[in-house]
Design a protein around this ligand. Structure first.
Ligand SMILES: Nc1nc2c(ncn2[C@@H]2O[C@H](COP(=O)(O)OP(=O)(O)OP(=O)(O)O)[C@@H](O)[C@H]2O)c(=O)[nH]1
Ligand SMILES: [Mg+2]
Length: 374
């Protein structure tokens, strides 16, 4: 097997890998497997969990949305159902993503890869403001790649496969980033049938002929449309459970990084400059508005008073909690590899989550009074 692609990304060239996919496709399992693979190569990744509803994570996340936003609390506070709460939680978190970016920046030299696990409800990430904010924030600073995880074992019907591909296609156009399709669960069924369908129009038509429904007629037409999409697609078969296909996966990541540098970076550079300009202007306006709103309060030395207000709206704060970040390393023994392995998650969550979440909600109310009143 060829040498793994990760060697191509040199120090300082942190790569963000955004893992998206339908519910249960194996995103979390794949992130876990990728993390283990990278640890094995002494290239510990920086891991971010953006799924507020996940029960247990099989990997140690450096930043976990659940430490900052409790989605069940959001359900209560905003009177939402589970899905609405996940969207709102991610939106709340996105308002603080500038801090996450600072943490990633600090870890740039230590971690070559930033792995990002996303919520099971794929539309939460792909069709919400927060998904766009997060993707653009990452992609305007680092080479970023979208990995679309597909459950191969559940895509053996040509119609289901086509639906999955249409979804992948819509995400490709929405995110505007290099795109890799990871056909997962190849330990159950080999992905070669899917590759054949993508490469050979006739083979796909033959499979469709077995299904004489009106949907298959539509699928026939759609497959012609998708031909263009397939031709430039990077596809790799993996098994998150068995850990197969990972060398090829990283080769694709490496090619995707080249593609990012060639085709996407100029656009994101432009976006970043625009964002910085708007951000500094917005921060100035926010500061003025807050100082104005708080009036006499700002003079009495309360926690929300002048200095701390400016700090919380502009600088890093403890609201986004990290595990095993540089502060800890600097404060202790100065740089371990497996930075989060030794953290007692229970203690971390219990001691930090509640106050952090409360102050987070308070800040959100301050910032968005209309919505929180609602
Ligand atoms: N056989 C097999 N099962 C897998 C593989 N990857 C994941 N699974 C199983 O698929 C199920 C879902 O895996 P997850 O990693 O939780 O999937 P997910 O996409 O993160 O799920 P949500 O976050 O809920 O959308 C679990 O039971 C996994 O054990 C794989 O490569 N092979
Ligand atoms: Mg998951």
């Amino acid at each position: 097997m060829a040498a793994s692609g990760e060697a191509r990304a040199g120090p300082g060239s942190t790569v963000c890998v955004l893992v998206l996919g339908m519910a249960g496709s194996g995103k979390t399992a794949l992130v876990q497997r990728l993390a283990a693979h990278l640890h094995g190569r002494h290239a510990a990744p920086y891991i971010i969990n953006l799924d507020p509803a996940v029960h247990e994570l099989p990997f140690p996340a450096n930043i976990d949305i659940r430490d900052t936003v409790k989605y069940k609390e959001v359900m209560k506070q905003y009177g939402l159902g589970p899905n609405g709460s996940i969207v709102t939680s991610l939106n709340l978190f996105a308002t603080r993503f500038d801090q996450v970016m600072k943490f990633i920046e600090k870890r740039q030299t230590a971690s070559q890869y930033v792995l990002i696990d996303t919520p099971g409800q794929i539309e939460v990430f792909t069709w919400s403001a927060s998904g766009t904010i997060i993707t653009e924030a990452l992609a305007s600073c680092y080479p970023s790649v979208v990995v679309y995880v597909m459950d191969t074992s559940r895509s053996t019907s040509p119609v289901t496969f086509m639906s999955n591909m249409l979804y992948a296609c819509s995400i490709l156009y929405k995110t505007k980033l290099p795109f890799i399709v990871a056909m997962n669960k190849t330990d159950i069924i080999d992905h070669s049938f899917a590759v054949e369908w993508m490469q050979d129009f006739e083979a796909f038509q033959d499979a469709l002929n077995q299904e004489a429904t009106y949907v298959s007629n539509l699928t026939r037409s759609m497959s012609l449309v998708l031909d263009e999409f397939y031709s430039s697609l990077k596809v790799v078969g993996v098994s998150a459970v068995q850990g197969t296909g990972l060398d090829e996966f990283f080769e694709h990541v490496s090619k995707a990084v080249d593609e990012y540098e060639r085709e996407y970076r100029p656009e994101y550079e432009r976006l970043r400059k625009k964002r910085e300009k708007v951000q500094s202007q917005r921060q100035r306006e926010q500061l003025v508005r807050l100082q104005h709103d708080m009036g006499p309060l700002a003079m009495d030395g309360s926690p929300a008073a002048s200095g701390s207000t400016a700090e919380s709206s502009l600088g890093p704060s403890a609201l986004i909690l990290t595990r095993g970040t540089l502060e800890e390393e600097e404060g202790q023994d100065g740089g371990q590899e497996s930075d989060a392995d030794d953290i007692d998650h229970d203690v971390t969550e219990k001691s930090h989550e509640e106050p952090a979440f409360q102050s987070f909600l308070q800040e959100a109310k301050l910032r968005y009074p209309a919505r929180s009143n609602h």
